[in-house]
Design a protein around this ligand. Structure first.
Ligand SMILES: C[S@@+](CC[C@H](N)C(=O)[O-])C[C@H]1O[C@@H](n2cnc3c(N)ncnc32)[C@H](O)[C@@H]1O
Length: 243
């Protein structure tokens, strides 16, 4: 039986030495700055979605938060990097979260993890599930690839213009916002969309984007900080400020 795109992407992440290596480096610079601004001190219950080898999960646990790490890959969750970390780990898939409504104060989906979910219908289901398990005043933070940046990149090498454009147009037509990129040894099919499209999709799933961090033309990775749109509506009604 042919492999699904999800399985191909999963195989890539499980064999990627880069993701494994990154497991030890802790927060990325931009991530740390965002967490400093938006994460209130413990106690908070945090869901680290697509936690991989615990790059963000283990530091959050050390900061005193009650963290659950969730990943679709059992291979990553059984890795020795987790030994002694005392983090609760769950193997499940983002579009099917095994939690009751409103359980989490903060949900993180870092390092383009959400872009691995295919097709777009499943990705949207995942965002709706995240909203469901987020408490009313909670925050959802993720980063995602931006195709406004990706398109001009190949044009830096003139001889690649035609092949890069053909490939890009072909894949866009076939798969909407998904594009094919060369993984370590086989193709990886990832989502990439401009911030304007992502903000609209977030709104449709019931989120208001509080802040978009990154430039549409200069950054291939953009961070989104979101709250539930019903929380935003309540604040506007009551004249409250965001804390
Ligand atoms: C690029 S890795 C990032 C890992 C980790 N968050 C980090 O920053 O090092 C993407 C992660 O998303 C996970 N992932 C992909 N699809 C998923 C899904 N449907 N549900 C949950 N996790 C998923 C992969 O298994 C992988 O661990």
């Amino acid at each position: 039986m042919p492999e699904s795109i999800d399985q191909i992407n999963l195989k890539y992440s499980e064999r990627s030495a880069l993701i494994e290596e990154f497991g030890d480096i802790g927060f990325f610079k931009e991530e740390e700055a965002i967490l400093k601004r938006f994460l209130t001190p413990p106690p908070l219950t945090i869901l680290d979605l697509g936690c991989g080898y615990g790059r963000t999960t283990i530091p959050l646990k050390k900061m005193g938060y009650d963290v659950i790490g969730l990943d679709v890959s059992g291979h990553m969750l059984r890795h020795r990097k987790w030994k002694g970390s005392d983090v609760s780990l769950i193997q499940a898939s983002g579009p099917f979260l095994p939690f009751p409504d409103g359980l989490f104060d903060f949900i993180l989906f870092s390092f383009h993890g959400i872009d691995y979910i295919f097709p777009e219908k499943m990705r949207s289901q995942c965002v709706r599930e995240i909203r469901r398990v987020l408490r009313q005043d909670g925050l959802f933070v993720y980063n995602s690839q931006n195709d406004c940046f990706i398109l001009p990149r190949p044009t830096l090498k003139p001889r690649n213009i035609l092949s890069a454009l053909t490939r890009w147009v072909h894949w866009r037509k076939l798969t909407g916002h998904y594009w094919i990129t060369k993984g370590v040894s086989w193709p990886l099919i990832l989502y990439a969309a401009p911030p304007s499209a992502q903000v609209v999709d977030l709104w449709k799933a019931g989120f208001r984007t509080i802040e978009v961090v990154g430039n549409q033309f200069l950054n291939y990775s953009i961070y989104y900080i979101c709250e539930r749109s019903d929380t935003c509506a309540r604040r506007v009604r009551n004249g409250e400020k965001r804390i």
